[in-house]
Design a protein. Structure first.
Length: 137
């Protein structure tokens, strides 16, 4: 049985733009969108649906505002949480980095949190698509 290896590179690709990375069931690899450009998609079918027929699905993807919001939710600081609750998705990332620099002590654990968050997203994605995986970080 094929096994997908979740390593640092696989986690890093979870930050790609939506639709930038795809997963191939053929060889359990992550494929970049420009590697798929040579595949001619018939006009009467959506690209994603066509790729599914070719055993290629969109790879796990994390939006930066999701990660920032998830981290802020772990903080024991009602004032900051309240501020972030009032922000739109686009503003969350901007304010996150401002607060990151203003209150560095609140962000000491961010690196570990980011890795764990991405790992959980990719593991859940694998489970959703019945992909056998192993973690090698």
């Amino acid at each position: 049985m094929a096994t997908f290896v979740i390593d640092n590179e696989a986690l890093k690709k979870g930050w790609g733009a939506e639709g930038q990375y795809w997963f191939s069931f053929i060889d359990y690899s992550i494929v970049e969108d420009f590697d798929l450009m040579h595949i001619e998609v018939p006009e009467n079918i959506e690209k994603e649906e066509f790729f599914r027929l070719k055993d290629i699905i969109p790879y796990a993807n994390v939006k930066r505002y999701e990660l920032a919001k998830a981290y802020i939710d772990t903080l024991d600081n009602k004032k900051i949480k309240l501020k972030f609750d009032s922000l739109e998705n686009e503003e969350i990332v901007e304010y996150f980095w401002k607060y990151f620099h203003i209150y560095p002590d609140l962000f000491d654990g961010f690196g570990d949190f980011q890795t764990e968050y991405l790992l959980n997203v990719v593991k859940n994605w694998c489970g959703k698509h019945n992909i056998n995986y192993t973690v090698k970080l």
